[in-house]
Structures are given as structure tokens and as C-alpha cells.
Design a protein around this ligand. Structure first.
Ligand code: GLC
Length: 478
């Protein structure tokens, strides 16, 4: 399978490259920048939604599943992008948003029975806070996210047929698969019973209100695999990666029909060797993990783990077994925006979505116009400068993409000093010092790659560094 060890680069179309000077990224802009992705050595790109949308959730509120929003371009631009990607050996994955449409999708007024209604709200919570129910014409409709995103009823055969049609549409135009949005919310309790009080921890971070409830009825219904089967049936052979916001122990029903699920336990682990090890152990107990440490919802490596750890985080992400997803800007160690301004996204995620920084100019080469969000630190951190510098984060990421093709199957977690995460992949061993002190590291054989020159000092790693070595496994000394 082409994707089994693939690196998929996440493009947030709004913020990648603007081609027409309106300050918003677009499909032509993405096509113009494909050489960067080919040079970097990724296998595929995943495009966050570019479908027509009133943009209450920046495209995750779709008002037409078979079109391109004018701000992003046209269907012809999409076809040209896929063709240009193909020429460079890159596959294109799209974002399928099946759980809800935009409230402005014609379906909502034309086919109200395609949605979920109640006479009175139950206690289900929206992911963005507050009740998951809003009133319309005297009744309540369900919205697991913003009120502008009404949930579809996946037990209605017409909904399934319409969604299958959309799925096929893009595969026929050359898409290689889908990242499927919020898939654990696809099916809910048909009786709309209240979520009971929580008796155990959910296993992933939740809001304070959500934590009090066992989220057993508002999501993850037992007949989910049947709906996933219908998705798979429409696009047999395509890669399907689920955004399953559940601990990996609950993935099994999803992996009956999807190829992989995002490993949220690792994404949420703190930068601490024990926590990282526990998350990797739990997740690799079964196949199906798609690794991800950053995206448009949670922010970038530099901000999440600290600038001093960003290179080590990239090394970990790109040396684990299985597909890895790299968010745009992380290859240069671009940081998140200042935050707290919350101009566009009510859930406060603007800061994760500032434009990609291509060069040192004020708008970072992203646009010739006024960018919809300013560049964060283009003068200091940009692709152009880092391409020339063999010590840059960009050069490290490129080297990691080459190296990962040589790593052996599977993973063996190694015993290591406190604060050091270490594992073996065939002949290669990888060690990451998560602490601010020098620590011994179980790296055998010859040094292959280090996060910075001089990271490996004899058999110890400098503070906040990581390295890969290759050679025979030596028994521990003493
Ligand atoms: C997913 C997306 C997020 C969006 C939500 C609702 O979690 O990643 O950006 O807001 O689904 O569609």
C-alpha cells in the first residue's frame, strides 16, 4: 500500500499561497508551491476543505460537496492542481466532512428530514461549548459543532446516497483518498438519550463540561461500522484516514472500514519521555495509527512543545512506524500567532492558521496583497533562508524524510534513562532527550542523523536533542 509509510503534508488552503492578491490562499497558489513539497520529499498532500462554504468554520461548514468556493478558485483549478501534483509524484487527499453540512446547504431547507430534530433538547454538548441543540421553526436541530453546522442523519438512506455521490465525485477527478472529519460523531443514539454522568476518564482532553459526562450516546454509536462500510463501498481502494477523537483502545470498529486513525493520545501527550512512551505503547498495540502532532486545530510543533524541542518532535513524528501527517510550516519550525485576538474563529484557532512563510518579506511571500492574517515571524523563519542552510530545521526534516524510508518494520521501545524516549526500528535506534540536561542514550552503532550538530556526545545526548544511529544492538554495559 502506497500510504503505509507515507508522509502526508497538510495544506490549509486559506493560508498556504495566494495567487491573485486577495490575501487568501487558493488552489492555484498551492499548485505554484508544489515544487517545495516535491523537494521536501513528502508522498501526498491533504487539503483542508476548499468547498463552497459560508466560512463560519472556514470550510468545515460545507454548502456544496461537489464544488470549489470562489475564494479558492474553480473546478478547473482543482483538476490542474491534481495534474501538477501527479507530475511530481504527489497524491492529493481531500477532507470529507460527513457529519454536518453548513446551515446554508440547500439540503437543510429542502430535506429537513436529512437532519436530526427533537422537540426538546437533551443534555448533549457541542464541541465548542454549550448545548448541541438550536431552535429552528419551533423545533430543535442537532449540531455537534457550531450552530451553523447541523448534523446529518446517517441512518437516512438518502443522506448516505448523497454523500457517496460526493465521495465518488472527487475520486473520479483524481483524489487519492480522504481525511474524514469528526468521524466519531457520525452516528448517535437513535433514541437521543441523555449522556449519563461520567464514571471513568474519557482518555483524551475534553472541555470541563464534557468531562462530567460519559459521552456514550452523543457519539460513537454501535452501528457506526455500517455507515463506514457505505463510505468505503463508494471509494474502494482510496485511502481513508479517520479523525476519530477516541483513545486508540476504541478504534477497532472504525478500522473495520477505514485504513487509519489519527493518534490523538500522542498528539496530546506532554513533552515528557514517560508520557510519550505510554502514548506510543498504547497506540502501537494494534495497527492503524496515523501520526500527527500538530494541525489547524491544535497548533504547531514550536508552540506546542517549545522551540527547543520542535526538532526532536519532528524527528519523533517522522521515525514512528506508519503514515505521518506534517502540518504546513512545521518543516521550518514556524510558530503560532499571538492568539487572544480571535478575529475570525470563535473557538480561538486563528493563531494556528497564520500564513505559510516562504521568504523574509513582510507577508512572507504568501500574498502580494493584504494577508487575511499577518505572517508571524517571516523575517526570522522562512523557507527560502532555510533551504540554503544545512543546519536548518527544513534541512533536518528533508533528511528525516529520506531516512524514514530506510527504517525497519515495527517498533521496539527501549529502556532508557529518565527523560529519554528511545526505540528501535530494525537496525536503526532513535533516542530523544526531553530534558534540559545531558542524558545517556541507548544509541548503538554509527550516528546517522542528529537534531543539531554535536547533539550526540559519546553515548549521551545534549539537552533537548535527539539522534538516530545505525548498527548492531550492543548489550547494555555493566
Ligand atoms: C474537525 C476539524 C475542525 C472543525 C470540526 C468541525 O475537528 O478539524 O477544524 O472545526 O471538525 O467540522
Amino acid at each position: 500500500m502506497w500510504w503505509e509509510n507515507a508522509v502526508v503534508y497538510q495544506v490549509y488552503p486559506r493560508s498556504f499561497q495566494d495567487s491573485d492578491g486577495d490575501g487568501v490562499g487558493d488552489l492555484r497558489g498551492i499548485a505554484e508551491r508544489l515544487d517545495h513539497l516535491a523537494w521536501l520529499g513528502v508522498d501526498a498532500l491533504w487539503l483542508s476543505p476548499f468547498y463552497p462554504s459560508p466560512m463560519h468554520d472556514f470550510g468545515y461548514d460545507v454548502s456544496d460537496y461537489k464544488g470549489v468556493d470562489p475564494v479558492f478558485g474553480t473546478l478547473d483549478d482543482f483538476d490542474a492542481l491534481v495534474a501538477a501534483a501527479r507530475e511530481r509524484g504527489l497524491r492529493v487527499l481531500l477532507d470529507l466532512v460527513p457529519c454536518h453540512t453548513s446551515i446554508e446547504h440547500p439540503w437543510f431547507s429542502e430535506h429537513p428530514d436529512w437532519y436530526i430534530w427533537a422537540d426538546e433538547p437533551n443534555n448533549w454538548l457541542s464541541a465548542f461549548g454549550g448545548s448541541a441543540w438550536s431552535k429552528r421553526n419551533g423545533r430543535y436541530y442537532l449540531h455537534s459543532f457550531y450552530p451553523e453546522q447541523p448534523d446529518l442523519d446517517w441512518r437516512n438512506p438518502d443522506v448516505i446516497a448523497a454523500m457517496q455521490d460526493a465521495l465518488e465525485f472527487w475520486i473520479d477527478r483524481g483524489a487519492a483518498g480522504y481525511r474524514i472529519d469528526a468521524i466519531d460523531r457520525l452516528l448517535k443514539d437513535p433514541g437521543l438519550r441523555d449522556d449519563p454522568p461520567a464514571t471513568e476518564a474519557f482518555g483524551l482532553p475534553l472541555s470541563a463540561k464534557e468531562e462530567k459526562l460519559a459521552l456514550t450516546h452523543s457519539r460513537n454509536a454501535p452501528d457506526t461500522p455500517e455507515a463506514l462500510r457505505r463510505i468505503r463501498e463508494a471509494v474502494d481502494g482510496a485511502l481513508l484516514v479517520g479523525e476519530v477523537y477516541l483513545p486508540s483502545a476504541k478504534w477497532q470498529p472504525y478500522l473495520e472500514h477505514l485504513d487509519a486513525a489519527f493518534a490523538f493520545e500522542l498528539l496530546h501527550a506532554s513533552w515528557d519521555a514517560d508520557a510519550l512512551r505510554r502514548a506510543i505503547e498504547a497506540t502501537t498495540r494494534r495497527p492503524g495509527a496515523a501520526w500527527v502532532l500538530s494541525n489547524h486545530d491544535f497548533g504547531r510543533l514550536v508552540t506546542r512543545f517549545g522551540a527547543e524541542n520542535a526538532r526532536s518532535a519532528a524527528m519523533m513524528l517522522l521515525t514512528l512506524p506508519g503514515p505521518a501527517f506534517l502540518y504546513q510550516g512545521d518543516e521550518i519550525g514556524q510558530g503560532d500567532g499571538p492568539g487572544g485576538q480571535c478575529e475570525f474563529d470563535r473557538a480561538g484557532r486563528d493563531r494556528y492558521r497564520h500564513p505559510m512563510q516562504w521568504d523574509a518579506s513582510p507577508a512572507g511571500g504568501f500574498t502580494t496583497g493584504e494577508p487575511w492574517l499577518p505572517a508571524v515571524d517571516a523575517e526570522r523563519t522562512n523557507v527560502e533562508a532555510q533551504r540554503e542552510d544545512p543546519r536548518s530545521m527544513l534541512s533536518l526534516v528533508r533528511d528525516l524524510l529520506t531516512l524514514r524510508r530506510l527504517l525497519g518494520e515495527g517498533i521496539e521501545l527501549l529502556d532508557a534513562a529518565p527523560g529519554v524516549l528511545a526505540y528501535r526500528r530494525g537496525d536503526h535506534s532513535i533516542a530523544i532527550n526531553t530534558t534540559a540536561e545531558e542524558r545517556p542514550a541507548p544509541l548503538d552503532g554509527e550516528l546517522v542523523l542528529e537534531t543539531e550538530p554535536g547533539a550526540l556526545r559519546g553515548r549521551a545526548l545534549a539537552p533537548h536533542t535527539a539522534a538516530v544511529a545505525m548498527g548492531l544492538h550492543l548489550p547494555p554495559m555493566g
